[in-house]
Design a protein around this ligand. Structure first.
Ligand SMILES: C[S@@+](CC[C@H](N)C(=O)[O-])C[C@H]1O[C@@H](n2cnc3c(N)ncnc32)[C@H](O)[C@@H]1O
Length: 263
């Protein structure tokens, strides 16, 4: 259950510090198990890139479909990390902004992205500034806090009728049976303590509670960074036609799309 949330609490300040520390971490090679699991034959850039690429292409398609392929004025990527989402999203808006709590991450963002270092909850942007907010891989860091405060803030930043697109890993992805216990056995990939895949229903419920409308969601990809690239691509293609079926909860990533109501 989410704890009662106070953004001015010392606990939240510590949570933001943990997020910032993520970019300063070294790869942990302190045990045989960690060296094994970090071996390039098991865990490597190509596998990571292939799986995340498929997920982000699907996220971008979902946004394009909801916008009927028209370009909006202002898009916010929240959080933007090092800006890896930017190349996927450049055709969606005339002006693209990004924010992230990590100064180190923002320093690596590409030039075309107008960035600021800030907490999502204290961004300083005015009400209704954005037509579209894309939030890739953020809410699964927030299960202990709850999604509502962040969805309410996104709603404040969106104009009426504005769209939010969220990409998140699903708790029900079958490979989690292997990968989740590994985290308990020593967190070999240096994840943030409290991050973990989410039940898609929790996101849908939170979107409803915070007043969004036109909510839809579907599977983004069945690929996974633990799989060889060919297997990721094969599974992605195999499962893609089923992304809107009852099996969507079992995809590695899901994409959620919703709108701020017009009055
Ligand atoms: C998994 S990364 C995703 C970044 C980027 N969207 C991507 O897909 O590469 C999560 C990001 O959330 C940022 N973050 C976590 N809590 C935040 C907050 N309250 N406000 C702003 N950024 C936050 C972290 O610094 C980190 O860059």
């Amino acid at each position: 259950m989410p704890m009662s949330f106070d953004p001015s609490s010392p606990e939240y300040a510590k949570k933001l510090q943990r997020e910032q520390q993520f970019y300063k971490r070294q790869r942990d090679q302190s045990s045989f198990l960690k060296r094994f699991l970090n071996h390039p034959l098991i865990y490597n850039e190509q596998r990571l890139n292939a799986a995340y690429d498929l997920a982000k292409i699907a996220m971008t398609k979902a946004a394009q479909e909801r916008l009927y392929k028209r370009k909006v004025d202002r898009l916010l990527i929240a959080p933007c990390g090092t800006g890896s989402d930017f190349p996927y999203l450049t055709n969606l808006a005339h002006e693209i902004h990004g924010l992230d709590i990590s100064e180190q991450a923002v320093a690596s963002c590409p030039a075309g992205l107008q960035c600021r270092v800030a907490d999502v909850l204290a961004s300083g942007y005015p009400d209704g500034m954005f037509d579209l907010i894309v939030s890739p891989l953020f809410f699964h860091h927030l299960r202990q806090i709850g999604f509502e405060p962040f969805l309410r803030e996104f709603s404040r930043l969106l104009r009426q009728g504005g769209v939010v697109v969220i990409l998140e890993p699903s708790l029900w992805y079958p490979l989690n049976v292997v990968t989740r216990p590994l985290k308990i056995l020593g967190n070999p990939y240096g994840e943030i303590e409290e991050e973990g895949p989410i039940p898609p229903t929790e996101m849908i419920q939170a979107l409803k509670t915070t007043g969004y409308c036109e909510i839809s969601w579907h599977g983004a990809t069945f690929a996974h960074p633990a799989l060889p690239v060919f297997a990721s691509k094969f599974l992605h293609r195999l499962m893609w036609p089923l992304r809107r079926s009852l099996l969507k909860s079992f995809f590695w990533m899901n994409v959620f799309v919703a709108e701020k109501p017009t009055i």
